[in-house]
Design a protein around this ligand. Structure first.
Ligand SMILES: NC(=O)c1ccc[n+]([C@@H]2O[C@H](COP(=O)([O-])OP(=O)(O)OC[C@H]3O[C@@H](n4cnc5c(N)ncnc54)[C@H](O)[C@@H]3O)[C@@H](O)[C@H]2O)c1
Length: 353
């Protein structure tokens, strides 16, 4: 069976998805593309042999749709795909808030269609092995995660998007649009997140588009994490994360990239380090990912996030990272914004009603 794939949105992130699609063994063909920007639609169609069609026709002619539009369109398009029984990949953030994300998750579940959310850091060997190390008794209890994430404000440089400066299309700024990944990783490593306090700033003067967010996250494990998320103007500097994780008898350092070095040290042992394919293979040997899904990215390696999803669509089995997986991270983001509105008061994380 050849899965027929369509793209709603032919911008930056559609290229990343195509890169993974070119490297999957699951039989598929990109057959349709729609983007209100005709040049972008034509470009993607030309590169894939797909047809440029309208939204209706696209949803009627595919088995899987990739919703890679700006955020404000995600919910409407996911609900429409679910209504027509089409499997969906949707980019993060799913929606402006956890209520929207939960509606989307409920819609695909009620329709019985497979879904996948673009929380790409879940496919990074660095994150998978760190999580594994923290579960081992040798680590002791998790204590703290210091998470710094910085990138140039993406209304310039190679992102060059105008919509990220527009709250009607982006919702909010760096915390929602970018650091929802980081919140999800923190929760994966030592969560869930119980309560938070935070401050956000709009240094660039864009209404509701935070370009600095600093938060404290209290985790169920009794660990405490800090997140600093920055949108600056150092256009020459690539997007970077620096993460330090301390447990009672373990320290881990990572940067969340496929190329980066993962270093760790246990009490009584010398520091260890792994990177690239060797790191991905260690994960596979531990059952944290499948060796067949390892893809090389530059000098690094990660797991192809699309292969297990496409297999699930093809075989009618449960997908590993459905939209529901992102709802908790949305609830944490909502809570940090709520805290910021209360001048940094500590607030409980509450799920959508
Ligand atoms: N997972 C990640 O690491 C990651 C990285 C970058 C972006 N993203 C997410 O991907 C989404 C898109 O971001 P981008 O950087 O590709 O933006 P982009 O501006 O490069 O592309 C978005 C495209 O969507 C099109 N579009 C808008 N409404 C549409 C509709 N109704 N139907 C079809 N196309 C429509 C726009 O014309 C534009 O071409 C955002 O939600 C963003 O947060 C995720």
């Amino acid at each position: 069976m050849t899965l027929r794939i369509g793209f709603l949105g032919a911008g930056f992130i559609s290229r990343t998805h195509r890169w993974f699609l070119r490297r999957t063994h699951v039989d598929h063909r990109i057959v349709a593309v729609h983007d209100p920007d005709p040049a972008r639609a034509a470009h993607l169609a030309e590169r894939t042999g797909a047809e440029v069609v309208d939204e209706d026709r696209l949803l009627d002619s595919v088995d899987v749709v990739f919703v890679t539009t700006w955020t404000s369109e995600h919910e409407r398009l996911v609900l429409e795909a679910a209504r027509r029984g089409v499997a969906v990949v949707c980019e993060k953030p799913l929606a402006f808030d956890a209520e929207g994300a939960a509606r989307m998750a409920a819609a695909v579940e009620a329709a019985g269609v497979a879904s996948h959310v673009g929380l790409i850091l879940r496919a990074m060997p660095q994150v998978l092995l760190t999580r594994h190390l923290l579960t081992e008794t040798a680590a002791g209890r998790p204590l703290t995660i210091a998470f710094r994430d910085d990138q140039f404000i993406p209304v310039q440089g190679y992102y060059d998007s105008t919509w990220r400066a527009d709250p009607a299309r982006a919702g909010r700024g760096t915390l929602l649009e970018h650091s929802i990944h980081d919140i999800d990783v923190i929760a994966q490593l030592a969560g869930p997140v119980r309560r938070v306090s935070g401050v956000v700033r709009e240094v660039h003067g864009l209404d509701r588009i935070d370009d600095l967010a600093v938060a404290r996250l209290d985790l169920d494990t009794d660990a405490v994490a800090t997140l600093t998320s920055i949108w600056h103007d150092i256009v020459e500097r690539p997007s970077q994360r620096h993460v330090e994780v301390f447990a009672e008898r373990l320290v881990v350092t990572l940067d969340g990239t496929p190329e980066g070095v993962l270093t760790w040290q246990h009490t009584g042992e010398s520091p260890q380090a792994l990177q690239g394919r060797a790191l991905a293979e260690r994960c596979a040997a531990l059952g944290l990912g499948r060796a067949a899904d390892i893809v090389e990215v530059g000098t690094g390696a990660m797991f192809n996030p699309l292969t297990p999803f496409l297999e699930a669509v093809r075989d009618g089995t449960p997908p590993p990272l459905p939209l529901r997986s992102a709802v908790d991270a949305h609830a944490v983001v909502d809570a940090i914004y709520r805290s910021a509105d209360l001048d940094g008061e500590t607030v409980e994380v509450s799920g959508p009603s």
